[in-house]
Write a protein that binds this ligand. Structure first.
Ligand SMILES: C[S@@+](CC[C@H](N)C(=O)[O-])C[C@H]1O[C@@H](n2cnc3c(N)ncnc32)[C@H](O)[C@@H]1O
Length: 361
């Protein structure tokens, strides 16, 4: 018998295992997985689906049903299937549907590969332990025409370059280490998704992609023409860093100067979705507000970042106040902070000029 506890997340009461994770990637501690630290991840999906509008959704790896039940309860017009292959998880899902008296949420107890071969949905959510790659094929198959795929990856160590071989094996991409590691990891996840979709003559348009805590999370609109699949693939890039100047280098092909990739080289956010995100009533409202402001300010068409500490040490000076550096750089050209790291910024100002500014401060 699993000991349980009732909590409230957002505006939704949930029954979860009494013994559960509250940080890091989390692990199954009470028979069924629940990680309180992922409340922000679930908050973003609530805000995202409210912005997208009512849709038929599947939370294909639902565990306690926390995300699915919150979507059904907090997003008007949402019809949700909460699926998990574990029998124990199915018990929690059913209890949580009952606890919230939901008529727009159905529990399912199948391997997602079976469920997504049988039914398709306007929104397919994949939230596995570690890499989503083994599940992408099925997720794409179960995503309706013009639908949205939402994918979490918690295997950030390979994606961010700590385990290069594993990243190459799983994602077919060579990661980049150092100041660009998480920007690179997020964009490798997207590039793998783009290449997987292309096999089905489908393309994608990222709507909201973020790197937070110990995971990456991407929401992409799936498009359904072979020509858009080609257009999507044309946005894949390779990157490198000049060891002498720290200048970021980008190319459409693998080269000696750009040995890392392929990465997604297009945007991470869709302005109209960002404009409609509303943190009202979510669990971590303050954090959501701050994140929305940061995402809106990002020059995400620039697929690389510089780190203030890295560039200061390269310039042989101490790090100035981050806000002061951004002010000075903005006198030269467009520059923005990035949500990926509090000390990184996006700009096309050449590295030599960044160094000159740092030495003058
Ligand atoms: C990280 S947990 C999901 C957490 C959940 N989305 C949340 O927000 O609390 C991953 C879940 O995937 C389930 N799972 C693993 N393989 C599966 C498969 N092939 N089909 C369906 N569910 C699967 C596991 O039983 C586990 O409950």
């Amino acid at each position: 018998m699993i000991q349980t506890v009732e909590i409230v997340e957002g505006s939704t009461p949930l029954v979860v295992p009494a013994e559960h994770s509250d940080g890091g990637p989390g692990k199954i501690t009470g028979g069924v997985f629940f990680n309180g630290k992922m409340a922000f991840n679930r908050d973003v999906s609530v805000m995202f689906l409210r912005a997208l509008g009512g849709v038929s959704a599947v939370d294909a790896m639902s565990a306690t049903g926390a995300r699915a039940v919150r979507l059904a309860n907090e997003v008007p017009g949402c019809e949700v299937v909460a699926n998990d292959s574990s029998r124990l998880a199915h018990g929690f899902i059913s209890r949580n549907i009952e606890l919230n008296s939901l008529t727009n949420c159905r529990a399912s107890n199948k391997d997602l590969r079976v469920l997504l071969a049988e039914e398709s949905f306007g929104y397919v959510d994949i939230d596995p332990f570690g890499s989503p790659m083994p599940f992408l094929h099925a997720a794409i198959g179960g995503c309706a025409k013009g639908g949205v795929l939402a994918v979490t990856a918690t295997d950030t160590a390979p994606l961010a370059g700590a385990h290069r071989k594993k990243c190459e094996r799983r994602y077919g991409s060579r990661p980049i280490r150092g100041a660009m590691c998480h920007e690179g990891g997020l964009r490798i996840l997207l590039s793998s998704l783009a290449r997987e979709l292309a096999k089905f003559d489908r393309g994608m348009m990222p709507l909201l992609c973020h790197s937070s805590d110990h995971y990456y999370r991407v929401y992409v609109r799936v498009t359904d023409t072979a020509s858009h699949a080609d257009e999507t693939l044309s946005k894949l890039i390779y990157m490198g860093v000049d060891p002498d100047t720290r200048q970021r280098l980008v190319s459409n092909a693998l080269s000696k100067e750009t040995p890392h990739g392929p990465f997604w080289g297009g945007r991470l956010f869709d302005d109209s979705i960002l404009g409609r995100l509303d943190p009202k009533g979510v669990e971590e409202g303050r954090r959501c507000e701050k994140s929305i402001a940061l995402w809106k300010s990002e020059l995400d068409r620039i697929p690389y970042v510089y780190c203030a500490d890295e560039m200061s040490s390269h310039a042989g000076v101490g790090s100035p106040r981050f806000a002061d550096l951004l002010d000075r750089l903005s006198e030269i050209g467009p520059v923005s902070p990035t949500h990926i790291s509090p000390t990184s910024f996006r700009t096309e100002i050449p590295a030599t000029e960044i160094v000159a500014v740092l030495r003058s401060m």
